[in-house]
Design a protein around this ligand. Structure first.
Ligand SMILES: Nc1ncnc2c1ncn2[C@@H]1O[C@H](COP(=O)(O)OP(=O)(O)OP(=O)(O)O)[C@@H](O)[C@H]1O
Length: 312
C-alpha cells in the first residue's frame, strides 16, 4: 500500500504539488491524468524520492519512504519513463541487469531473471540479450525499459508516459502486456498519462490533477457518473461519457436469460465491445458465453443503452 499524506512540493514558493493525500491499494493500477504542468511527474517522483517533498509524508506499507535506504527503495520501486531511458552503451541484458547488479545479486540469479523477463516480454533472450538499444525497434526498446524496471522484483512500478512514443497498435499491445504482467507479479502500478482512453483501459482508479491538486480520485466509472469538478467533466469529454461507461463495464453485468442468433461474445469482454458488435452486425442481441464457452444468456441493445445512460 502507498499512503500519500498531505504532500506538497514548492518550487520558488509555488506549490506544483499542493497538499495531495491519497491511498493506493496493493496490486492495483492507479493512473494519474491532468493537463501539462499539473504536477503529475513531480507527484510520481516523490514516491521514489527522485524529488524530495517540501512537506507531508509518503509511506510504503506503513514505512516512511525517507527512512528506507536508497538501494532498498530502488529494489522496491521500479521506474519506467517515456522513451525508455535505456543506457545506449549497454546491451539489452546488461540494461535489465542494472538494478540486480547494484544490489549484488549472484550472476546466475541475474542471468535467470534477464531470461525470464525477456521471455515474458516476448523477446527471444538469445536473439535480443546481446543487442544494443539502437538495434531494437521503439516498441522493443519500450518493453526492455519496462523489463528493466521489473528486474529486481519491485512491489511498486512507477511509469511516466511509458507508451507515449508508441504507435496505436503497438501501444494497445503494450497495455495488454502490462496488465498481464501486473497480474503475474501482483505489482502495484502508478502510471502517468495524457491519454484518457489509456487511463480508462488500465485504471482501477484514476487521479485527476489540476494545478497541483488532486480534484478527484476514484474508479473510472465514478468519474463519469459523478465528476467532482467541471475540469473532470471536460477531461472525460461530453461525447465520450456513455462510451466510457460501457468501456469499463463487463458484458456479464448486463446479461439476461434468453437466446440470440449468430456469433457469441464472452462475458468478460467490455460492454463497449458488445455494443460495437451489435451495431456492426445489425443485430438486436448477442449470445453470451462464459470463459469456458458455456452459454450464459444474451445481451441486448436495449440493455446496453440503459447501461450507457446518465445515472438517475
Ligand atoms: N526542478 C524544477 N524546478 C522548478 N520547477 C519545476 C521543476 N520540476 C518541475 N517544475 C514545475 O512544476 C510544475 C509541474 O511539473 P510536472 O513535470 O510535475 O508536471 P506534469 O503534470 O508531469 O507535466 P507534463 O504532463 O507536461 O509532463 C511545472 O510547472 C514545472 O515547470
Amino acid at each position: 500500500m502507498i499512503e500519500i499524506d498531505a504532500i506538497t512540493k514548492l518550487y520558488d514558493d509555488v506549490a506544483v504539488v499542493d497538499d495531495v493525500s491519497m491511498v493506493i491499494e496493493p496490486r492495483t493500477v492507479t493512473v494519474v491524468v491532468g493537463t501539462s504542468g499539473s504536477g503529475k511527474t513531480t507527484l510520481l517522483r516523490m514516491i521514489n524520492r527522485l524529488v524530495e517533498p517540501s512537506s507531508g509524508a509518503i509511506r510504503l506499507d506503513g514505512e516512511d519512504n525517507r527512512s528506507i535506504p536508497g538501494h532498498e527503495l530502488r529494489r522496491r520501486i521500479g521506474y519506467a519513463i517515456q522513451g525508455h531511458g535505456l543506457f545506449p552503451h549497454r546491451t539489452v541484458a546488461e540494461n535489465i541487469a542494472t538494478v540486480p547488479g547494484l544490489l549484488g545479486w549472484e550472476k546466475s540469479r541475474i542471468d535467470a531473471k534477464v531470461e525470464e523477463l525477456l521471455t515474458l516480454f516476448q523477446l527471444d533472450p538469445k536473439m535480443f540479450g546481446s543487442r544494443y538499444p539502437h538495434e531494437l525497434s521503439g516498441g522493443q526498446q519500450q518493453r526492455v525499459g519496462v523489463a528493466r524496471a521489473l528486474a529486481a522484483e519491485p512491489n511498486v512500478l512507477l511509469m511516466d508516459e511509458p507508451f507515449g512514443a508508441l504507435d496505436p497498435i503497438i501501444r494497445a499491445k503494450a497495455q495488454d502486456d502490462l496488465l498481464a504482467i501486473q497480474k503475474h507479479f501482483g505489482t502495484t502500478i502508478v502510471l502517468v498519462t495524457h491519454d484518457m482512453d489509456e487511463a480508462f483501459y488500465l485504471a482501477d482508479k484514476i487521479a485527476v490533477m489540476d494545478k497541483g491538486r488532486v480534484l478527484q480520485y476514484g474508479p473510472p466509472a465514478e468519474l463519469v457518473r459523478a465528476p467532482a469538478a467541471p475540469f473532470v467533466e471536460t477531461l472525460i469529454g461530453d461525447i465520450e461519457r456513455p462510451f466510457r461507461l460501457l468501456s469499463v463495464a463487463k458484458i456479464g453485468a448486463a446479461v439476461e436469460p434468453g437466446e440470440a442468433d449468430g456469433e457469441p461474445i464472452g462475458e468478460d469482454r467490455t460492454q463497449q465491445e458488445a455494443l460495437a458488435d451489435l451495431l456492426w452486425s445489425g443485430r438486436k442481441a448477442l449470445p453470451v458465453v462464459s470463459a469456458s464457452g458455456a452459454p450464459m444468456g444474451r445481451v441486448t441493445l436495449d440493455a446496453l443503452l440503459k447501461c450507457a445512460a446518465r445515472p438517475q
